[in-house]
Structures are given as C-alpha cells and as structure tokens.
Design a protein around this ligand. Structure first.
Ligand SMILES: [Ca+2]
Ligand SMILES: [Ca+2]
Length: 186
C-alpha cells in the first residue's frame, strides 16, 4: 500500500485533535484488563526511556509487543467509531510504515498507513475514522522493512460509536410515546 494511503471504509487521521476522545489509555497505571479497550495478552509495558528515546505523549510508560507476537490487537467491549495512538521505537535508520487495520462484526473495514519518521521517539500519531462501528483494530510495523523492531504505542484513544439513525429514531419515538402516556394519565 502507498504511504499515507487509506482504504475505503476508513479515513486517515494524523492528529488527535481530528477525533473525539471518549476513551484514553496512557498505560501509566499498567495495561487495562477490563473496560472499553483491552490489548493482546502478549503486550507488555515498555519504558519510554528504553524504547522511545524518553519521548512519549504521556508519562514514562507505553505498550510494546514483540515481533513474534505482533500484530498488536486492541479489542473493544463497546463499538468504536474512531481510534488513534502515538507510536515509536522507529529507529536504526529503518524506513517502514506503521499500519492500523480496522474490523467490525463482519470483518475488515479498511486500513491506514503512515511512514515512520525514524527517530526512535513516540512522536507520531496515526488514527482512523470508520464508516461502521468497530470491534477491534490490529496495529503492525511493516515487515521485513522494520526487521525485528517491536511495535511501541502510547496514548491509545477511541471515540464511542453513536447509535444508528434508525435506533435513535426509535428511541425518540419511544420517548414521545412515554410523554404522551404521561400526559394522558395527568
Ligand atoms: Ca504513557
Ligand atoms: Ca518517531
């Protein structure tokens, strides 16, 4: 895939200000095992000082996953519309892309990719907005270009999906009916 390209169904984001942050995981108190977002069991906390030249968007902790266990999977307990994170450990002068693939209940919705800036620091953001509500995303570094570099991310954020217009309409109808019933009773 061409660098910076997005496949149909999703739109590439390059700054956290392009999405609403309903959920933010900064890994400062460890890896969440419950809640709206959980990660591959093989993922581990990585110190920014060891993995990202001490530059990370929050505190001193990020999340890493070893090559043999990649891609890193982030699973949602409730549907998400947008997802993003910072990534690093992009050193040794290696030129490669980071890719995030998004899945809904029916399968792959689309993927976004960005070329890394090759400075080791977790100083680049990649995100996506989806046409459909997402169940999980997969995060990977391009192989063999990235050689054995582990994926390193921090400040994983997500936007909760809003209900379909149809169900909103139904909810609205239900409220109107309730109001009518209350009025009749009065
Ligand atoms: Ca952090
Ligand atoms: Ca970097």
């Amino acid at each position: 895939m061409a660098a910076g390209a997005a496949q149909a169904g999703v739109q590439l984001l390059t700054d956290p200000s392009q999405m609403t942050t309903d959920v933010l995981v900064d890994f400062e108190s460890g890896i969440p095992t419950t809640g709206p977002v959980t990660f591959s069991p093989a993922a581990q906390i990585g110190l920014a000082g060891s993995w990202a030249d001490n530059v990370t968007p929050s505190g001193s902790n990020g999340l890493t996953i070893a090559l043999e266990s990649s891609p890193l999977v982030a699973t949602f307990s409730q549907p998400m519309q947008a997802v993003g994170f910072y990534f690093g450990n992009d050193d040794f002068g290696l030129a490669f892309d980071v890719t995030m693939s998004a899945y809904d209940a029916h399968g792959l919705v689309g993927s976004v990719s960005l070329p890394v800036n090759r400075n080791d620091r977790a100083d680049q953001f990649i995100g996506l907005i989806s046409d459909t509500a997402l169940s999980y995303v997969e995060i990977s570094y391009q192989r063999p270009q990235a050689q054995s570099l582990s994926v390193y991310i921090d400040d994983f954020r997500a936007t909760t999906a809003v209900p379909e217009p149809g169900s909103l309409l139904l909810a609205g109808f239900g409220l109107a009916t309730l109001a009518l019933l209350k009025r009749r009773r009065a």
